[in-house]
Write a protein that binds this ligand. Structure first.
Ligand SMILES: Cc1cc2nc3c(=O)[nH]c(=O)nc-3n(C[C@H](O)[C@H](O)[C@H](O)COP(=O)(O)OP(=O)(O)OC[C@H]3O[C@@H](n4cnc5c(N)ncnc54)[C@H](O)[C@@H]3O)c2cc1C
Length: 385
């Protein structure tokens, strides 16, 4: 006989673990996480840069960040596992279009209670004197942004989930999802079958494949993203804000143990499952990094200290959260692109409210609803890093 549970969460990445934890906090009794790998957090969550920012351009993403930053601060205080360094994010631009977009985003953030600061070029240079000032027009800074250890977030989420009696099953790849009697869904792994009132698809870059098991089309695609570690000749020095040159898309932070992590996302990278470092990435970075970060021009980038992983991307750079109309009980929680680690607390809370109350009081989930693609009603996030 298949075992009955209340919710089966497919995927034990940062999102699935957060969802499971919030479901238990909301009073759902039998919650199971099904993870195909022998350990949790081995997918995109293990490749992330750990950036956390509230400086987005849409209400949906800003509100997810504002809630999540508070939760990540709490989780770090209570577990000591996150190494959350609130260095702030500093966004820089030297173009008039960039300044206009930055101003609009800044005003929206302030209207939603995010206390970002507007900086003149002089104020930027007071904070980050190493930045090349040529043509700089403006910057914005939010002090509660920063970076953390993504593995620490996974560990803390798992710790809290298991303390709340969530069952995490490893080596449990979901290979079929079907309808069962009584409005239940049937979820099969290679070893056994579960019956659940709700199934949550938190399969990261594989979410479209999992959705297709029940005939649901989900536009979440895997897109490779690369990161480089650059050694510094001198040992650890002071941390710097996460600096983003909006004109080239290059992002730089200093590691607590010294050296820089540098990122650049090719906007034209096609979807693929390739997680090897793109050789073109180093060249592209080399052409752009000196625009604002001259101190990195002279430092060697060692290809052996680069890594790549997959963004679970959507066409509008927003996650997909909600029950699918044609598949009652099947909730999507995927497509977090480059912001899944930072948004995992809000994602978990949103799904828990949907499952327990049928709606979401904490956030407006309309811009994230699964049907928006078929309806052609998309709100696009443009601060994609
Ligand atoms: C290079 C890089 C840098 C990034 N930087 C940041 C950053 O700075 N800040 C930030 O917030 N985010 C960042 N991200 C994005 C972030 O890593 C993702 O958005 C986030 O990890 C998505 O979490 P997830 O749980 O949805 O996916 P995953 O971590 O991939 O988890 C999905 C899980 O589902 C499992 N699974 C899949 N199919 C099945 C199945 N059929 N049955 C059972 N299990 C299944 C997988 O094994 C996996 O463990 C970055 C990502 C990359 C690649």
């Amino acid at each position: 006989m298949p075992e009955n549970v209340d919710v089966a969460v497919v995927g034990g990445g940062v999102i699935g673990l957060s969802v499971a934890r919030e479901l238990r906090l909301a009073g759902v009794e039998r919650v199971v996480v099904l993870e195909r790998e022998p350990a949790v957090g081995q997918g995109s969550s293990s490749r992330a840069n750990g950036g956390v920012r509230a400086q987005f351009t849409t209400s949906a993403n800003i509100q997810f960040s504002a809630f999540s930053i508070g939760e990540l601060e709490r989780l770090d205080r209570e577990t000591g596992l996150l190494s959350f360094r609130q260095t702030g994010y500093l966004l820089l631009t030297g173009t008039e279009t960039g300044e206009r977009s930055l101003r609009e985003a800044f005003q929206l953030q302030r209207s939603l209670g995010v206390m970002a600061e507007w900086l003149t070029p002089r104020q930027v240079l007071e904070r980050v004197p190493f930045v090349r000032p040529d043509g700089l027009l403006a910057g914005t800074f939010h002090a509660r942004d920063g970076f953390l250890d993504p593995h620490g977030v996974v560990a803390a989420m798992r710790l809290e989930a298991e303390r709340l009696a969530v069952r995490v099953e490893l080596g449990a790849e979901v290979v079929a999802i079907g309808r069962a009697a009584g409005g239940l869904l049937e979820v099969a792994t290679r070893r056994r079958t579960l019956r659940a009132r709700w199934v949550v698809n938190a399969a990261g870059p594989s979410a479209a494949r999992v959705a297709s098991l029940l005939g649901v089309e989900l536009p979440v695609t895997p897109v490779r993203r690369n990161l480089a570690y650059v050694r510094e000749p001198d040992g650890p020095v002071e941390l710097i804000p996460m600096c983003v040159d909006l004109d080239t898309g290059v992002l730089v932070r200093r590691e607590a143990s010294g050296g820089f992590v540098v990122a650049w996302s090719d906007p034209d990278e096609p979807p693929s499952w390739d997680t090897t470092v793109d050789p073109g990435f180093l060249e592209a970075l080399g052409e752009r990094v000196g625009h604002r970060f001259p101190m990195l021009e002279e430092l060697p980038i060692d290809p052996r200290q680069c890594w790549a992983g997959l963004y679970p991307e959507t066409p509008d750079h927003h996650a997909v959260i909600g029950e699918v109309a044609e598949a009652p009980g099947f909730v999507q929680c995927a497509g977090f692109g480059g912001h899944g680690v930072m948004h995992s607390p809000a994602a978990g809370r949103a799904v828990a409210e949907l499952v327990t109350t049928g709606g979401c009081a904490s956030f407006d989930l309309r811009p994230l609803r699964p049907s928006r693609f078929a309806e052609g009603d998309l709100v696009v996030e443009t601060a994609v890093l």
